[in-house]
Design a protein. Sequence first.
Length: 371
Amino acid sequence: MQLLNVHTLRLTTFYDQDVPRYAILSHTWEDEEILYGDICDPEKPFPQHKKGFFKVKHSCEQAACDEFDWIWIDTCCIDKSSSAELSEAINSMFRWYNDSAVCYAYISDVVKTDAQSVRFVDSRWFTRGWTLQELIAPKRVVFFDARWERIGWRQHESLANEIAEATGIPSDLLERRNTQLPGTDLRAKLDRYSVAQRFSWASKRSTKRVEDEAYCLLGIFGVNMPLLYGEGPKAFFRFQQEILRTTDDQSILAFQHTSNSNNLLAESPRDYTVSGGIGRPSFLNENDPGSSANSILTPSAKVLKMRLYLCPPLRPDLKSQYLGVLSCVLHLHGDTNQTVFPVMDLEPVRHSTKPNEFYRTANHHLSIVTP
């Protein structure tokens, strides 16, 4: 990876074990960013006239104050003209944020006032796809406002609770304090949240390029895959297929279509807007067809082989519609505090030579059944 020297403002390349302790910057892209081409030539003067110099200057000064000599900033530390370097950076970015000693999150559209605590969670920073991993991955995150005045640390309980309420991300993951999750490994902690729940964290975020709806989530799911800018929405389907190769979590199918599609898989994270309360069941017997122990998720281009309970039509007017009960649970809060099972609406494949072939019908709400 290439790091910026906070004293000289010049780039140096480091490999694997040679990488020194470094800080890292999280921000939203705006006009006149300091780019790799602006600083890659040490003979060229640093472009201090650009608006983006403010965040570079203050993040470097903050890093030096915190006794770091190096910082990583995505605008200027990646040679985006090299497709190989860009692909490596995107596939490595979650790890780079996780390996950093501290992350400075610059909230450029919020000014902290002395009169009251600022509601910084309304910032644009919390609506972007890429900043999701930048919020979760680092061990420590400190927020700064538009004037580079400190707002607070992500790990502090009050701030973590505020972020959790606004984003749906559990506060114990933000604070790194959950004693119920053994170990300190972030990957192990993330994998204890269902696929649907993790997708729900990104459901209200957006990216400039449609392919980045998938690419910005690679680290959240521990997936690596080639980048193919230009493939459009296919990137998210390809991403889900990669997830299916590594998990038996059927909650990946627990979503509602936000378009007229009847695809088996979701079309974007937006389909998981109502899936934040979905978790893996802990009470199914391993001999049950829907249990994780027996789940078979074998993806191909358009077919998914799996085991699950199949319910016959529940009403006479649904003569050919079945419900496939997924091996995950949804907790309904309120007066009942009820636990229910998400289901897929299915139709038999006509003229199929196999008795258990179904296709998924379009559903614009998350269908459920009671135990």
